[in-house]
Design a protein around this ligand. Structure first.
Ligand code: FES
Ligand SMILES: [Fe+2]
Length: 273
């Protein structure tokens, strides 16, 4: 059955990311419930390929248990991609997004929201709500894409630590604890020093997946959880417990010597390396 659609609203903006970064983001279905947790709280991939992806998405808040099946479809070389709601609230809707490069790190985005025909006031209200939603989503994507660009250009530092065998001095334990949390740079790689369950811990500030920010990443049951795609990394050895082919180098330990001075100690044998 064909559903008649009407254009509820148009949203246009520019983002500070190259066309390449934006397309990468379009295909990145995994970030939805993490970066956009205010809108989505779960995702199950049903299919994907060069054409795009199809997924069952759970809407926030989790208690309402509302699901959509979304299909994102693009054609090679075409500037417009379609995000269609196949099942769930708003079924039949087709969001058409057109991307145009405006410079090395600038892309224009035009989004047309096509929804099933209905009462004009309802269509208007739905259009307004979609513009508000997409403004927030693209704001978050813009920040992520800019950081990814810096990551790929190596401006955020090294992902893997240099082969340090010696302990790096951090000063007196009491001073260190009073400053927490803070970051230190060791031979081009940033580490975050924090306290977790009363223990001093250290870990890389840069996610080895796509450069996500780990400085304030949640620590759950001894695992660091990246806020961009939710990949988990053991604070003990950097391994990923979920079968992802993406591990972090073994995090350094914070050790206190007999004189009360703290040191960042790197392992010489690194399973994550
Ligand atoms: S950047 Fe993807 S999980 Fe961290
Ligand atoms: Fe996004």
């Amino acid at each position: 059955m064909t559903i008649d659609l009407t254009r509820a609203a148009v949203y246009e903006r520019e983002v500070s990311a190259s066309l390449q970064r934006v397309w990468e983001n379009v295909h990145d279905w995994e970030h939805l419930p993490w970066l956009h947790a205010q809108a989505f709280c779960g995702i199950e991939l049903l299919d994907s390929g060069p054409w795009g992806w199809r997924a069952r998405v759970q809407l926030t808040p989790r208690e309402l248990d509302r699901h959509l099946v979304i299909e994102l479809r693009c054609e090679e070389g075409a500037p417009t991609y379609h995000t269609r709601t196949l099942e769930g609230p708003g079924s039949g809707s087709d969001t058409r997004t057109t991307l145009s490069a405006r410079g090395d790190h600038r892309t224009h985005v035009r989004v047309e929201f096509w929804i099933p025909e209905g009462e004009p006031s309802v269509v208007r209200a739905t259009g307004d709500a979609l513009v508000t939603l997409y403004t927030g989503l693209w704001d978050q994507d813009d920040i992520m894409m800019q950081r990814r660009q810096a990551f790929f250009e190596g401006r955020l530092g090294r992902v893997k630590p240099p082969p340090i065998r010696a302990a790096v001095p951090l000063g007196p334990d009491s001073t260190l604890r009073a400053r927490l949390p803070y970051s230190v740079e060791v031979e081009g790689q940033r580490f975050r020093l924090r306290e977790s369950e009363g223990q001093l811990v250290a870990h890389a500030a840069l996610c080895p997946h796509l450069g996500g920010p780990l400085e304030e990443a949640e620590i759950v049951d001894g695992y660091l959880v990246c806020p961009w795609h939710g990949y988990r990394f053991s604070l003990t050895d950097g391994s990923n417990p979920d079968g992802r082919r993406c591990a972090m180098a073994t995090p350094p330990r914070v050790e206190i010597d007999g004189t009360g001075n703290a040191h960042l100690v790197f392992e010489s044998a690194e399973p994550g390396r």
